[in-house]
Every structure is written in C-alpha cells, then in structure tokens.
Design a protein around this ligand. Structure first.
Ligand code: ADP
Length: 243
C-alpha cells in the first residue's frame, strides 16, 4: 500500500451504492487523506458541544428526534472542521458532502481558499437504480466506524471489521423501498450539485460505477496520479492492494 500525504480535497459524488464510501476509504489509505464523514462531525458536535448553547440544544433535539440538522448549522460545523484540518496540513476526501446545492455553494469557495482550486479533485461516480438497490441490500458496514466491507465472495462470512474489530451490520435504511427513495433524493437534490460544479468551472471527472471496485479505484488513481509528475516514477508500484 502506498501512503503519500497529499494536500488535496477529493470529492466523490454519486447515488447510494455507487461505491463512494468504498473508494474514499481506499484513497484515504493511499494518500493519507482524512476521510470526512459529515454524520460523524455532527454527532461529535452534539455529544461534546456545550449543552447550554442554544444552537447545540436545538440541533440535539432535531438530531435525536430524527429530523435533519439545520443546513446552515451543518455547513458552519463542516467549515470549522475543514479549517482545523487545513491548518494541520491535512488533505481530505469527501464521499457525503456536498450533498445539496446549498452545501456546494457554501463549501466550494472554502476549499478553493484553503487548498487552491488546482487541488480540488471532483469525481462523479454513477450507477443506475437497480444496481443501487442490489448493492445496498447486501451492504455490510461496521458499527464502530462505518468501514464498508467490500461485497465480494471472500468477505461473505466475515463477522467483524478487519480495521477495528467491531461487529458488522446491515443498516435498516438499506432495504429496497428506502434505497429507491434515497436514489430519487439523489437525483433531485445531489445530482444538481454536479451541474453546479460544472458551472463553477470545476473539472468534474465522470467515472462509471459499474466496474469492479479495483477498476474504479485504478481509474480514479489514474486521474489523480497522472497529474503528479513528482511521483510518476512510482506509478508502476501503484497497483491496488485492495480487493
Ligand atoms: P456508497 O458510499 O456510494 O453508498 P458503498 O461504498 O457503501 O457505496 O458501497 C455500497 C455496496 O456496494 C457495498 O456493499 C460495497 O462493497 C459494494 N460496492 C462498492 N463498489 C462496488 C463495485 N464497484 N462493484 C460491486 N460492488 C461494489
């Protein structure tokens, strides 16, 4: 496995089950990127924030009653976390944000400011609805850190996460009916982010998600490393060690 620290912002946008989380985890390992999980940032804020702060209190109520956390507040928390990571010189991979045009409009200028436009790499990983339903119905993730377990025969009988030892689970929202709704939500709310980024002048790289995990990874790596003159001599060694 290579581990080259890079100060990149890598954004992977796609429908549920496209393989965003799987690819993000691999890129985080390869390039020592922080794997940014919006839901974790929200949970952390709610758990550790000052319980007397009215914003925290309100959002804690929203979160615990299953409502969405207010978009402006989420964007504020995300920005705060990004600024902290940027000041520590850490690159980031996102597989769950920006999820809406609102988030895209607020977050992209921050990425440009902190990392430079040339270091913002955007991928649109696409699959159709039936593949989304099929994959998500079999999707196992670990309880502690949501590490995705590749849906491959050799992992079929795996019971604990190889990364942190926690139990594996099938999520309740990964049933066919809910996945179809999530797919529609993607088309309505997240796909427009791709158009937004095109219009903002970002080079959005389209990658077909209907390939093996390794082929998708190789294709993304090809785009990322193709731009790295300084590590081109390592290219031969960049063969994927993941399944
Ligand atoms: P997302 O984060 O886009 O919702 P995940 O990375 O969680 O998607 O992948 C969903 C499921 O599909 C997982 O079980 C994963 O192992 C499987 N998967 C991911 N990429 C591929 C692929 N290229 N081919 C087949 N299955 C895949």
């Amino acid at each position: 496995m290579i581990n080259i620290p890079k100060k990149w912002i890598v954004i992977i946008i796609g429908p549920p089950g496209a393989g965003k989380g799987t690819q993000a985890e691999m890129l985080a390992d390869d390039f020592a990127l922080f794997n940014f999980e919006t839901s974790k940032v929200i949970e952390e804020k709610i758990k550790t924030g000052d319980a007397n702060d009215p914003t925290i209190k309100q959002e804690k109520d929203n979160f615990e009653s299953g409502k969405l956390v207010t978009p402006e507040v989420v964007v504020g928390w995300i920005s705060e976390k990004i600024r902290g990571l940027a000041s520590g010189g850490v690159g980031i991979v996102f597989s769950g944000s920006p999820r809406t045009v609102y988030e895209g409009e607020k977050e992209m200028p921050i990425f440009d400011e902190l990392y430079g436009r040339e270091n913002v790499k955007v991928f649109n990983l696409d699959i159709g609805e039936s593949e989304s339903v099929e994959r998500n119905s079999h999707r196992h993730i670990c309880k502690a850190n949501r590490h995705p377990i590749p849906n491959l025969p050799e992992f079929k009988d795996m019971k604990i996460c190889p990364k942190d030892g926690s139990e594996l689970e099938l999520r309740s929202i990964d049933n066919p009916e809910t996945i179809k709704i999530r797919y529609q939500t993607y088309l309505e709310e997240t796909k427009p982010v791709v158009d937004l980024l095109d219009n903002m002048g970002y080079k959005v790289i389209r990658v077909g998600g209907n390939q093996t995990i390794k082929s998708v990874h190789d294709e993304i790596m090809g785009h990322l490393t193709g731009e790295l003159g300084d590590i081109n001599e390592h290219k031969v060694a960049l063969t994927c060690t993941h399944p």
